[in-house]
Design a protein around this ligand. Structure first.
Ligand code: FPP
Length: 241
C-alpha cells in the first residue's frame, strides 16, 4: 500500500442501503443495519491507514421526509451505534464530533450523541465527524447567524468577515475535506459539507454502501493519489497525471 499523498480529511456519503436491501428482497431497515455493520469495519480500516479525519453523512435534515417508520428505525439504529461503538472509539483513541442541528431530534438520540461526544473528547489519534440532522446550506445559515450576533455584540465588524472567519463559525473547526466518496453511483453531493469541500476531489463508485469494503476503499485512495490537485493554480509539469 502506498501511503504517499494521503488525504487528511475524507468525507463519505453512505448511499445505497435501501437499494442493497431491495435487490435481496429485504426491508430497507435491513439495508441500514448492514450499512452500519459495514461502517464499523470501514472506520477501523480507514484509521489504520493513517487517515486522521473522517466525516460521514449519517442523517440529513431532508431524511425526515422519509416514511416515519424508516426514520424511527434509523434513530434507534443510531442510538445503538453511538452507544455500542464507544468502547471501540476509546480503544482506537478516536474523538467523535457531531455536526448538525440538535432541535427536532428525540431526547434519547440527543443524550446518546452528547454522551459519545463527552466521553471521547480527549481522544487524540483521529476524529470522526458525524453529520446528523445535517444540511450544508443550513450550516452556512447558522454560521451567518453566529457572525451577525458577534457584529451585533460589537465583538467584530463587517470588515472582519472573510473565508477564515466563516470557517471558524461552522459547526466544527476542521481542515477542509480533501476527498469525498459517494457510494451507489449517484452523481450528487446532496448538501454534504458544501463549504468544507470547495476544493475536494470527488469519487463516485457504483458499489452500494453495505458492500463498500476495505478493498474498495483502498481502490478509492489509489484514485485520489493519481489526482493532480491544483487548487485553481497552474499545472505542475513534473507530476504524472
Ligand atoms: C442512504 O441510503 C443512507 C442513509 C440515509 C442512512 C445512512 C446510515 C447508515 C449507513 C447507518 C449508520 C448510521 C449511523 C448513525 C452511524 P439510502 O437509504 O438513501 O439508500 P437508497 O438510495 O438505496 O434508497
Amino acid at each position: 500500500m502506498n501511503d504517499n499523498k494521503l488525504p487528511i480529511h475524507v468525507g463519505i456519503i453512505m448511499d445505497g442501503n435501501g437499494r442493497w436491501a431491495k435487490k435481496r428482497g429485504l426491508s430497507r431497515s435491513i439495508g441500514h443495519k448492514m450499512g452500519a455493520k459495514n461502517l464499523k469495519k470501514l472506520l477501523k480500516h480507514i484509521y489504520k491507514r493513517n487517515i486522521k479525519i473522517v466525516s460521514i453523512y449519517a442523517f440529513s435534515i431532508e431524511n425526515f421526509k422519509r416514511d416515519k417508520k424508516e426514520v424511527e428505525y434509523l434513530m434507534d439504529l443510531s442510538i445503538k451505534f453511538f452507544t455500542n461503538e464507544l468502547k471501540t472509539f476509546m480503544k482506537e483513541k478516536i474523538k467523535v464530533l457531531f455536526s448538525g442541528r440538535k432541535d427536532n431530534l428525540r431526547v434519547d438520540v440527543i443524550n446518546a450523541m452528547n454522551e459519545l461526544e463527552e466521553n471521547t473528547k480527549n481522544n487524540t489519534k483521529g476524529i470522526l465527524n458525524i453529520c446528523f440532522n445535517y444540511s450544508g446550506q443550513k450550516e452556512i445559515v447558522d454560521a451567518i447567524k453566529k457572525i451577525a450576533m458577534k457584529i451585533n455584540n460589537n465583538e467584530i465588524t463587517i470588515d472582519d468577515i472573510n473565508e477564515d472567519l466563516v470557517s471558524e463559525n461552522m459547526y466544527q473547526v476542521l481542515p477542509p475535506l480533501d476527498f469525498v466518496i459517494r457510494t451507489s453511483g449517484e452523481l450528487r453531493t446532496s448538501n454534504f459539507m458544501i463549504w468544507e469541500s470547495s476544493y475536494a476531489e470527488y469519487y463516485f463508485p457504483n458499489t452500494l454502501f453495505p458492500d463498500f469494503n476495505e478493498k474498495e476503499f483502498d481502490i478509492a485512495i489509489e484514485e485520489f493519489q493519481k489526482r493532480n490537485r491544483r487548487f485553481g493554480g497552474i499545472i505542475n509539469e513534473n507530476e504524472n497525471n
